[in-house]
Design a protein around this ligand. Sequence first.
Ligand SMILES: Nc1nc2c(ncn2[C@@H]2O[C@H](COP(=O)(O)OP(=O)(O)O)[C@@H](O)[C@H]2O)c(=O)[nH]1
Ligand SMILES: [Mg+2]
Length: 361
Amino acid sequence: MQIGIVGLPFSGKTTFFQTITQTHLDAHSLQKKDANIAVVKVPDKRLDILTEMFNPKRKVNATIEVVDIAGVQKGDHSSSSFNSQFLTKVRPNDALIHVIRSFEDESLPHPEGSNDILRDFRTFEEELLFSDLAFCESRLDKLEKDITKQKTKEQALKEKEYVIRWNETLQNGQMLRDTDMSDEEQKLIRNYQLLSAKPLLVAINLDEKDIARSDEIVKSIKQNIKGKNIRVEPFFAKIEMELAELSDEEKEMFMEEYGLKESALSRLIRAAYDLLGLQSFFTVGEDECRAWTIHKGMNAQESSGVIHTDFYNKFIRAEVVHYQSFIDCGSFAKCKEKGVFHLEGKEYILHDGDIMHIRHG
Ligand SMILES: Nc1nc2c(ncn2[C@@H]2O[C@H](COP(=O)(O)OP(=O)(O)O)[C@@H](O)[C@H]2O)c(=O)[nH]1
Ligand SMILES: [Mg+2]
């Protein structure tokens, strides 16, 4: 799973990227690290608590890949200003984070001359839409040709129906991420890497002087930015940058002073994870406490395959207890006594936060 950070120059993308890679970098992935791509840990308080209880040798968070993508220039309303180099980097991502600048700095002028969150949001949305429209048009040409050939006719006719519908949606100014789609259609759209279909997290980089007003600002923005696979989250790049330099103890004091409950970066990463339709289940023990990433709706057998293909192939049963029930009971023994521990077959659909032990052959 990979998330691309996009937005206008000087909006705070690289600052955001650097702070998350400093504070949430996965120790296992240090070797992989290069300037623009990093494997980032998905923070999870539940895993922290399980780790405290089991005191294992290792704690392994779920991870997600984040890419810092430069290269959108000033919005040009007449035609697409996404160049091919930019598109090549954006297309493979499963979701996008659009960083929008809302901080003031005279020494660093906004490329459009002033801050305007909704204008920047809409300009970028238009670009995504234009890019997808261009794709649909050229795809339709190609499909028309395929329809004339016996070998490709059947598949092309089926696909054409989809592409015509996407084209209409886009012509109406609607993003593909807002529409209902069958599984087959979603798969096709992912293969084509259409941009307006990707889940979008709008990350507003607020000015630190707006900290007291941040709820109010975000509330009004949210009234204008709505949709199925879109979310708006504020953050303060400058404050996060300062936080990243501090020890844990200093961090706590600093956050209290600003009235912050949680690092915004943790919140943003979790929001992106959720937006991607992902969730976690846990495995626990003396060796390791670990959060595993699965898609919502996956069953016990599919989920066990995320750990190891052998577990998938030789799956017998899963012993499952939900995190909250486990915490309420305090131990596995107590869970068994209270009957909250349950034995499940391969069809069992996992819940976010299930603790699972797999029995296999
Ligand atoms: N004052 C202020 N400066 C910021 C903030 N976020 C980023 N900057 C500065 O703005 C400049 C551009 O940020 P950068 O993250 O490189 O933007 P990018 O072009 O989107 O990657 C850098 O000098 C940052 O230190 C912020 O919230 N407040
Ligand atoms: Mg940058």
